[in-house]
Write a protein that binds this ligand. Structure first.
Ligand SMILES: NC(=O)c1ccc[n+]([C@@H]2O[C@H](COP(=O)([O-])OP(=O)(O)OC[C@H]3O[C@@H](n4cnc5c(N)ncnc54)[C@H](OP(=O)(O)O)[C@@H]3O)[C@@H](O)[C@H]2O)c1
Length: 297
């Protein structure tokens, strides 16, 4: 099969498209013929050797965590899935023609593989941090960086729970943020005052890691009501850094339900082939993805 690997840590040029042995599922796993793999910032962070604590890597290594595809081998001890089923979920080395998933769910009706591959990690993250920041229906949540994958999930899940959201984003994403139910404003010069004009803020999420933790604490008035997923300096300000993933099976079930009800839709900004994986990483790393980027096989 064709697979994207890297044999040393480094820039996008360490990615290679090679012929490799297809993997086989162990107990509790399934193998899929991958139709699409989600591109996450974690993918290029792992490739650069940034987050080896959370994601230990043995070189050479495959790339990719999220995927959607067609089940074609089933490991021991599994019920509820058959060869030919369409599933989305999380595994390893998903930028490949075949990959093993350790957590999966059936794809909701009407969803394309390309769209489905975009949901797993960002929905897990969104559910986790909305829970950790402890924001309740009727309260107002500030989201720094609302237009990316995690932001798109956070905004829609919060809207569904009756939480009002103020989101920051670039000028080109203001209408997009509003379409997800948020009150929107741009980041950059004067943003704190613009947010203040919208009234009280009960909690805040830092998704962009753009060095705004002190301002988020100032706006909320309590560091315990601020959570960051992207700024490792957060604890210096008494703010929680959320880095340990929660339950992926819960997240996939929630995603399937929200998508089926029409309450969650994350657009795919751009699709790439396996041979274009380096371009996908360069574009993701540039930091202005609207929704998701996906590798289509
Ligand atoms: N700790 C964890 O568990 C965890 C889990 C998932 C992701 N993450 C991290 O969280 C971050 C976001 O992930 P993602 O998948 O949502 O990334 P993404 O899809 O690449 O989105 C990044 C978003 O940040 C926005 N942005 C860029 N500069 C900004 C600024 N100064 N202020 C506000 N927004 C800004 C961009 O919007 P504009 O185009 O509007 O600028 C873009 O939509 C990444 O750093 C990722 O590594 C951490």
């Amino acid at each position: 099969m064709k697979q994207v690997i890297f044999a040393e840590f480094g820039g996008p040029d360490v990615l290679e498209l090679v012929d490799a042995e297809a993997p086989h599922p162990g107990p509790g796993q399934v193998r899929i013929a991958v139709r699409a793999a989600g591109v996450n910032p974690a993918d290029w962070r792992i490739r650069e050797g940034q987050i080896l604590g959370a994601h230990p890597v043995e070189l050479p290594s495959g790339v990719g965590l999220d995927a959607a595809g067609v089940v074609d081998e089933i490991g021991a001890g599994i019920d509820g899935v058959e060869i030919g089923d369409h599933v989305f979920g999380e595994g390893s080395s998903t930028y490949a023609e075949f990959a093993v998933l350790s957590v999966w769910a059936h794809m909701p009706e009407g969803l394309t593989f390309e769209e489905a591959a975009g949901y797993p990690s960002v929905v897990e993250t969104a559910l986790r941090i909305i829970g950790q920041v402890g924001v309740e229906p009727g309260q107002r949540l500030l989201v720094s960086g609302g237009a990316g994958g995690v932001g798109s999930a956070v905004l829609q899940i919060a809207r569904g729970r009756g939480i009002a959201v103020i989101a920051t984003g670039g000028a080109a994403n203001q209408d997009y943020l509003r379409s997800l139910g948020a009150v929107a404003t741009t980041y950059g010069e004067g943003w704190v005052e613009r947010v203040r004009q919208f009234g009280r803020v009960d909690a805040a999420l830092d998704l962009a890691g753009s060095g705004v933790i002190p301002e988020l604490v100032e706006l909320v008035g309590n560091p315990q009501k601020v959570v960051s997923i992207a700024d490792l300096s957060a604890p210096e300000f008494g703010v929680r850094f959320s880095g340990v993933a929660g339950s992926m099976s819960t997240a996939l079930a929630a995603a399937a339900e929200l998508i089926s009800e029409g309450n969650l839709h994350i657009p795919v900004e751009k699709s790439y082939t396996l041979a274009e994986a380096a371009a996908a990483h360069i574009d993701s790393r540039a930091g202005h993805t609207r929704g998701r980027r996906v590798i289509v096989i």
